[in-house]
Design a protein around this ligand. Structure first.
Ligand SMILES: C[S@@+](CC[C@H](N)C(=O)[O-])C[C@H]1O[C@@H](n2cnc3c(N)ncnc32)[C@H](O)[C@@H]1O
Length: 174
């Protein structure tokens, strides 16, 4: 599993349990994540998600990709919503190289003007894609989650694989 925008690491704790002792979780964030106290099946990387070579670090394509990434807010709700949707679009661009066919992806997005187009694109890449507002998310917040299952892989219309960047050193044991 890949957890994008993983700092400080709450989702990593849950994801570790969900994948089980034989699964692996890769957490990536622009901010450093303290690895102390994280379960042994979690690896963390500091850096930009879009510069990372997740399949190399995981040893293959992931079964699922999560994103809680959020842009730095600007004070302009409209700009923030576009930037949030842009992060999701960029992640969709990466999925053919990162996610196995049939896999799942859950992405946080600030709902706004760009949301319908994003939902449409996700719907073309997956068998199912729908928006979900969890009870734990504040009603006044525009954040919601795009839950996508049944990744179509390279057969998805418009699925464009972004070439991998130079490979970072794989930590011992990975
Ligand atoms: C709401 S926080 C994530 C909280 C996390 N899910 C947890 O459980 O602790 C959003 C994170 O997205 C990260 N982020 C935003 N854009 C990113 C990018 N391009 N690459 C990596 N991380 C990014 C931010 O640094 C921030 O830490």
């Amino acid at each position: 599993m890949v957890d994008c925008g993983a700092a400080p690491g709450s989702w990593l704790q849950v994801a570790s349990g969900r994948v089980g002792p034989r699964g692996r979780v890769l957490g990536i964030d622009l901010k450093a994540i303290d690895p102390n106290g994280l379960p042994s099946n979690v690896q963390v990387v500091e850096g930009d998600v879009f510069e990372a070579d997740a399949p190399d670090l995981l040893g293959g394509k992931a079964d699922s990709v999560l994103s809680d990434m959020a842009p730095d807010t600007t004070g302009s709700p409209s700009a923030d919503q576009f930037r949030s949707a842009r992060l999701c679009e960029q992640l969709l661009d990466r999925l053919p190289g990162w996610l196995r066919p049939g896999g799942a992806c859950v992405m946080k997005v600030f709902e706004g003007e760009a949301y319908p187009e994003l939902l449409k694109r996700a719907g073309a890449c997956f068998e199912r894609a729908k928006g979900y507002k969890p009870a734990a998310s504040r009603a006044e917040s525009v954040e919601m989650f795009l839950v996508c299952t049944g990744f179509l892989g390279d057969s998805a219309p418009g699925a464009g694989s972004v070439p991998a960047r130079p490979r970072p050193q794989r930590p011992a044991g990975w």
